[in-house]
Design a protein around this ligand. Structure first.
Ligand code: SAM
Length: 241
């Protein structure tokens, strides 16, 4: 008996993999959280359980989700645990693999398109671009116990992509300028709900992005992209029909 741990992609159902779609169609129990769009969950033809994963409630919600899956596995069901984006990028997917293994169940893992790459792409930002960036650093804006990411000193050839950081955009920008020698003019994009109908974005620099995000009311879930790549293709229209 095994459980499928599947990535749901960044939001648009068209960006679900065929493997994930088949797993949903064949499942007897799907367990997910509110970050996954209803149109994706609609592929499931079985019971779907959703835990309310909100800031400050992620640990109890995680326990609830895991217990639901365990119950389903105990009842001999084909269980799919669906997670936003890719299950192994800031998705606690690895922790879940270990948790189920301790209880005698192996996970089959289906990758998903990660918001850290799809978010910038959706607003026309290539995270690498010859002559502009040859490295991408993906980090969380909020580490365990609320810590700040340990971003290396400024390198113009490195793109920084931050997940879960929009609520502390001001502090993160100030830290990069003050402690990491980033020029205050470094371009920044913030995109919320990329690939979904609720998508919105704002552009600015490390100096003014906090104000711009407030004006544009850009909130979580959002991807922050920092570096010269933000500007290399502007203007570009990548919106799919
Ligand atoms: C717990 S992390 C999960 C990341 C996920 N595993 C992935 O690969 O995209 C949740 C964060 O992902 C980012 N995120 C996920 N989907 C997004 C989307 N459609 N648009 C913007 N940010 C998104 C946000 O930073 C959000 O706070």
């Amino acid at each position: 008996m095994s459980i499928i741990l599947a990535g749901a992609g960044p939001g648009d159902p068209e960006l679900l993999t065929i493997a994930a779609m088949k797993a949903l169609e064949n499942a007897e129990l799907v367990v997910s959280d509110r970050l996954v769009h209803a149109d994706i969950l609609a592929f499931a033809k079985c019971e779907v359980k959703i835990a309310l994963k909100t800031t400050g409630r992620s640990d109890p919600a995680q326990d609830e989700l895991s217990e639901w899956c365990l119950e389903g596995l105990g009842a001999g069901k084909r269980v799919v645990r669906l997670k936003i984006g890719d299950p192994f990028v800031f998705g606690r997917g690895g922790e879940e693999v270990l948790w189920y293994r301790e209880r005698g169940f192996e996970c089959q893992i289906i990758p998903g398109i990660c918001s850290a790459l799809a978010g910038p792409l959706e607003v026309g930002i290539p995270v690498t671009h010859r002559g502009a960036s040859e490295q991408v650093l993906i980090c969380t804006g909020r580490g365990r116990n609320g810590t700040y990411p340990n971003i290396p000193e400024y390198d113009p050839a490195r793109t920084i992509v931050i997940l879960m950081g929009v609520g502390r955009l001001g502090e993160l920008s100030a830290m990069l300028i003050k402690d990491k020698q980033f020029p205050s003019s470094t371009p920044v994009n913030v995109v919320q709900s990329a690939t979904t109908p609720e998508m919105k974005q704002c552009m600015g620099t490390l100096q003014d992005i906090e104000d711009k995000a407030k004006q544009a009311e850009v909130k979580a879930p959002a991807v922050i992209t920092i570096g010269g790549v933000v500007d290399v293709l502007r203007p570009v229209d990548t919106v799919r029909d």
